[in-house]
Design a protein around this ligand. Structure first.
Ligand code: 5AD
Ligand code: SF4
Length: 439
């Protein structure tokens, strides 16, 4: 077999996978490979998989099957991400087409693994040395106007439903010097907004440094206009981070703070380490610091033992918080997690029915949130072309997608008046163009 020339990377699941996918692309690029043109066959395909909910592994294997070409040939197939971590060598037994298996903490070794494949091997690398990969990855290139930066990996919280502590390993923070360096590389490449990523991003620490002090230092980087972070755990919502929301203009008024459920009995069974009242008190502290802040969350319905009364408590907490947006999931039993073997698993039709009720409430809230911004003038960061000629789409500080007619380009910031709330976006009218992205 000749050396691979083109690659394509397909990422599923969370933003950490998007980040990992970008780093893998940079890595293969540095090896002299090129991304395949859209629609063209790639020599190497990396499936960067997600294991968080049911049928994840099945989905990954059916993706593998779909990579067979009309003439019967197929690309070199690398199974990466959390399914790769969870399945390990089993993946090779389940699909003969998988050439290599590489976990989320080992993908810096992808070039060597591809060489092993050329040599006739089918390597599996699911080591979990958490920070090794960063030193081995190439410098950041142009990563886009808005880019992710992984600051913290893994999770030690062990919520009883969740696979992350098993697929991503223990909670580890990257050193501040590395993060400031990577952020500077991104800004040099034209990035204007950085979203700090971690499974428990607000637990990030390095000696005396906390996420709040990291944010304050990043805010001093010339050319970096906006900072976001996700996902936070309620028990790590420290005072200094909350104060940053009042004091650091670059920190966007948006907080993703999952509560998962409203019943204290269920929160305890989930091993969340906080009550509904404590969560509400945290939200109140955040809103006292910055009344403008948009709150978003994650919810699981139908956790084992969830009664109608427990579910009513979830609806109640949603009503009390008033979310700008929320992600809602049906509980999915994950093999190897404590909740999977708990008594009183909730029937599927009950989960379906609760999910619908919760989604209706959440949609009503996001519509109300968007409507509350109509009439306001706000700054957006343009990140893509709109569907019509001359129309551009940018993000508001509250992460809404705003459509506007303007000759400004991707990377520009413009002031717009928000004129109408649509189901998943907002229409805006140009007020002034603020800054031009340097060529
Ligand atoms: N079933 C359903 N939802 C889950 N999540 C995590 N594990 C499960 C599971 N087993 C949800 C949680 C988490 C989000 C990323 O995915 O709400 O915050
Ligand atoms: Fe999973 Fe809980 Fe860790 Fe989030 S905090 S990654 S839900 S174990």
């Amino acid at each position: 077999m000749s050396a691979p020339k083109t690659f394509s990377i397909k990422s599923f699941g969370c933003q950490m996978n998007v980040y990992d996918g970008e780093r893998m692309a940079e890595l293969l690029g540095a090896e002299g490979m090129a991304p395949a043109e859209p629609g063209a066959d790639a020599d190497v395909v990396v499936l960067n998989t997600c294991h968080i909910r049911e049928k994840a592994a099945e989905k990954a294997y059916s993706e593998v099957g779909r990579l067979r070409r009309e003439d019967g040939s197929r690309p070199v197939i690398a199974l990466a991400g959390c399914v790769a971590q969870a399945e390990g060598a089993e993946a090779k037994r389940r699909s003969k087409s998988i050439d290599l298996v590489v976990g989320p903490q080992a993908y810096h070794r992808l070039p060597q693994l591809l060489r092993d494949v050329e040599g006739g091997a089918r390597p599996v690398d699911t080591d979990l040395p958490p920070l090794d990969k960063f030193a081995a990855l190439p410098r950041r290139r142009r990563a886009g106007v808005s880019a992710f930066l992984s600051v913290q990996e893994g999770c030690d919280k062990f919520c009883t439903y969740c696979v992350v502590p098993y697929t991503r390993g223990a909670e580890v923070s990257r050193p501040i010097a590395d993060l400031l360096d990577e952020a500077a590389q991104l800004v040099d490449g034209g990035t204007r907004e950085i979203t700090l990523l971690g499974q428990n991003v607000n637990a990030w620490e390095d000696g005396q440094e906390t996420l709040a002090t990291l944010i304050r230092r990043l805010a001093m980087l010339d050319g970096l206009e906006r900072i976001r972070y996700t996902t936070s755990h309620p028990i790590n919502m420290a005072d200094d981070l909350i104060a940053a929301h009042a004091e650091v203009p670059e920190l966007m008024p948006y907080l993703h703070l999952p509560v998962q459920a409203g019943s204290n009995r269920i929160l305890k069974a989930m091993n969340r380490h906080h009550t509904a009242e404590e969560y509400l008190a945290t939200i109140a502290r955040v809103r006292a610091a910055n009344p403008e802040i948009a709150i978003s969350g994650d919810f699981i319905v139908g956790f084992p033992g969830e009664t109608e009364e427990d579910f009513a408590a979830t609806l109640r907490i949603v009503g009390q918080v008033g979310y700008a947006s929320a992600f809602t999931f049906k509980y999915s039993a994950r093999p190897g997690t404590p909740a999977a073997t708990m008594d009183d698993q909730v029937p599927e039709r009950v989960k379906d029915e609760r999910l619908q009720r919760l989604q209706a409430l959440v949609m009503e809230q996001s519509r109300a949130f968007n409507a509350s911004k109509v009439g306001a003038t706000t700054r957006i960061l343009i990140d893509r072309n709109g569907r019509r000629d001359g129309q551009m789409i940018g993000k508001s500080p509250w992460l809404q997608s705003v459509f506007v007619d303007t000759d400004a380009g991707i990377g520009d910031m413009v002031d717009v008046r928000l004129t109408a709330a649509l189901p998943n976006s907002i229409a805006g009218e140009l007020v002034t163009k603020v800054t031009q992205q340097a060529a």
